[in-house]
Design a protein. Structure first.
Length: 219
């Protein structure tokens, strides 16, 4: 009888410990969102790819919704979002594109962007909660989340987030459209809460550039 009771105690203890170690994808996503909610500003290196083209630069973010990317490739290209207006400077064509876009300009790697993803997408692990290398042979370990859109109105049907399990920072984003087009964002060299000033999100483009307003809705 004592052995039977001891067996039940061991079984219960093991089951309890196992249940404590399991974290659902939704719970893990919440820890990521909670982490970004504590970040007042950050800078990071970013590599953006779309189709066969790629761009490199430095991204700067400051709460609540200010975002700037200064590109080294293509050199001198700038993307700026100040919370209301999206500005893109294209040095190759000497063009300034401006669009009033409101809150839709928030990126995924922000607390606001994550809140929108939680609202409009379901979250699942790609293969499980165990961390895996970001790339083959990479020392960067990540937990991969897959987000599926809840309705057909969302621009991306599937989004993959690769998250550092220790820092809870997003290292990689892969967004796929219903047409099969894929856009990726690879982040590295994060610097958090460094006191970025608002002036960082002011941009004075070359006076010789041609200005195109409301370019997203132009005929």
């Amino acid at each position: 009888m004592k052995k039977l009771i001891l067996g039940f105690v061991c079984l219960f203890t093991t089951a309890f410990a196992f249940s404590q170690s399991i974290q659902t994808a939704a719970d893990f996503f919440k820890t990521v969102s909670d982490t970004y909610a504590t970040i007042q500003d950050y800078e990071a290196s970013v590599l953006i790819t779309a189709s066969r083209s790629s761009m490199r630069g430095k991204v700067s973010f400051k709460r609540p919704e200010m975002l700037r990317i200064d590109f080294s490739d293509p050199a001198e290209q700038v993307i700026l979002f100040n919370g209301d207006t999206l500005t893109i400077y294209l040095p190759g064509t000497s063009a300034i594109l401006e669009q009033n876009v409101g809150a839709s300009g928030v990126s995924a790697a922000t607390a606001q962007g994550l809140a929108l993803l939680k609202r409009y997408y379901t979250v699942a692990y790609e293969t499980g909660q165990t961390a895996v290398p970001l790339d083959d042979g990479s020392g960067q370990m990540v937990v991969n989340l897959i987000l599926y859109r809840r309705t057909a109105s969302e621009a991306f049907s599937r989004i993959k987030l690769s998250v550092d399990p220790d820092t809870k920072l997003i290292m990689y984003v892969e967004a796929t459209t219903p047409q099969g087009e894929t856009y990726t964002f690879r982040f590295s060299d994060y610097a958090l809460n460094i006191g970025i000033v608002d002036q960082r999100f002011m941009y004075d483009p070359p006076s010789s550039a041609n200005n195109y307003s409301n370019f997203l809705f132009a005929e």
